[in-house]
Design a protein around this ligand. Structure first.
Ligand SMILES: Cc1cc2nc3c(=O)[nH]c(=O)nc-3n(C[C@H](O)[C@H](O)[C@H](O)COP(=O)(O)OP(=O)(O)OC[C@H]3O[C@@H](n4cnc5c(N)ncnc54)[C@H](O)[C@@H]3O)c2cc1C
Length: 372
């Protein structure tokens, strides 16, 4: 289908900045570009009807890394690097709260985040308890006080160690509301978002970039790629897709479980939302199979999720599954995201490593700041 003169002239001419991907990173990039260049014509192109990657699919943990994750990072990275990683997540959450306000995205952190250890993980549990002081000392400059505390199994999970390790600073958001209010904020600032437009490729010229979509071509002065798990389709960066599967129960009467929970070294995570339990994870059951950009659920992982609900989380409470879905994350052998200039007029902010709620606002701003 040919576009009309009006369509080209109104939507696709004299574009200063084009952003590919309307996830949390792309939208924050657009927002900061608009702040820096109020008169700029800014376009966001999104392949899905919704932002169709991870930002509307995730579990909504406003988290900084559980104690076992921090300890595992300390095995492979210098202490200062680990502290900086946690600090970035902390600052990222504060920026998200500043941008959107707590109420519109139902941010709350009065329940805390808990790492729960299975009975068969006695060694890991002991190791975390033995190293609690070390981790708390390391992170005191970030949180101003001890970030990790020992907490009894007050929610009566079954088959787990006697205590959780709790981070009282960890919070949770309503992911849908966060993205809806971020989209509204970006649109109200005068940025145009076009959905159902996939970018196939681009061609760099001296003073502009030609963007080729599935439907049309146009010119932009600068191009920003914020496609995270899908990045290797468009740019040559090493970002591996990692599918994450989730399920949610129907509402459960008198559900007492409140907070965010990490289980089995973070391979599983669950939380309460609207009197339901949302549970995700299980990628470790089939790493190879889940290294995909295709959405979908598998029997292997969904059965394990249900089994964990039945045996560990809700052993004495009947429940029904309401919905199952998946999202695509972008990971690599390093935890740091890739935020860089790829060519004269092309930039990228990708590889959020499953922490995009925490760091996405910061990364979006950093991506926008690459232009000067
Ligand atoms: C199930 C699940 C649970 C998670 N839980 C948490 C959590 O609790 N806390 C946390 O901090 N993080 C969590 N994450 C990770 C977090 O959601 C992501 O890190 C974050 O959303 C990534 O944001 P993004 O903007 O980089 O990418 P995305 O949200 O994936 O956005 C990229 C966008 O680019 C679009 N796109 C891709 N290719 C093209 C193209 N060629 N043309 C046009 N558009 C394109 C996609 O449709 C997509 O909308 C979770 C992720 C999943 C999947």
């Amino acid at each position: 289908m040919n576009l009309s003169y009006w369509e080209y002239k109104t939507w696709l001419s004299n574009i200063d900045f084009t952003i590919v991907g309307s996830g949390i990173v792309g939208l924050n990039c657009a927002l900061h570009l608009k702040k820096q260049y109020p008169k700029a014509k800014i376009l966001v192109l999104e392949r899905g009807q919704f932002p169709q990657g991870a930002s509307t699919k995730n579990a909504g943990f406003a988290c900084f890394g559980s104690v076992s994750e921090v300890l595992s990072d300390l095995k492979n990275h210098p202490e200062e690097e680990v502290r900086q990683l946690v600090l970035k997540r902390w600052e990222g959450i504060q920026l998200l709260r500043e941008n959107l306000g707590d109420k519109p995205m139902e941010y709350q952190n009065h329940c805390g985040g808990h790492e729960v250890f299975l009975k068969e993980q006695a060694d890991l549990y002991e190791d975390c308890l033995d190293n609690l002081d070390r981790v708390n000392t390391l992170l005191r400059p970030v949180f101003g006080t001890d970030a990790f505390l020992v907490h009894p199994n007050t929610f009566n999970f079954n088959g787990v160690q006697k205590n959780y390790v709790t981070n009282p600073f960890e919070g949770q958001i309503n992911t849908g509301k966060m993205m809806k209010s971020l989209l509204a904020k970006v649109q109200n600032s005068g940025v145009t978002i076009l959905n159902a437009i996939g970018v196939d490729s681009y061609q760099e010229n001296i003073d502009h970039v030609v963007v080729k979509t599935e439907q049309f071509e146009f010119k932009t002065n600068k191009l920003f790629v914020a496609t995270n798990g899908f990045a290797s389709q468009l740019i040559g960066e090493t970002v591996k897709p990692a599918r994450a599967q989730v399920l949610i129960t129907k509402p459960i009467e008198n559900l007492s479980i409140k907070g965010t929970f990490h289980l089995d070294e973070g391979y599983y995570y669950f939380r309460n939302i609207d009197n339901r339990i949302l549970l995700g994870g299980g990628r470790n059951l089939d790493f190879k199979g889940e290294e995909t950009t295709s959405f979908g659920e598998t029997t292997l992982i969904q059965n394990r999720l249900e089994n964990i609900l039945q045996t560990v989380i809700l052993p004495n409470t009947p429940f029904e599954i309401d919905l199952r879905w998946s999202g695509i994350m972008g990971i690599g052998n390093q935890k740091k995201p890739i935020v860089k200039q790829l060519a004269n007029n092309v930039f990228c902010g990708v590889r959020m490593g499953g922490m995009g709620i925490a760091i996405g606002s910061l990364v979006g701003r950093e991506l926008a700041n690459l232009v000067n």
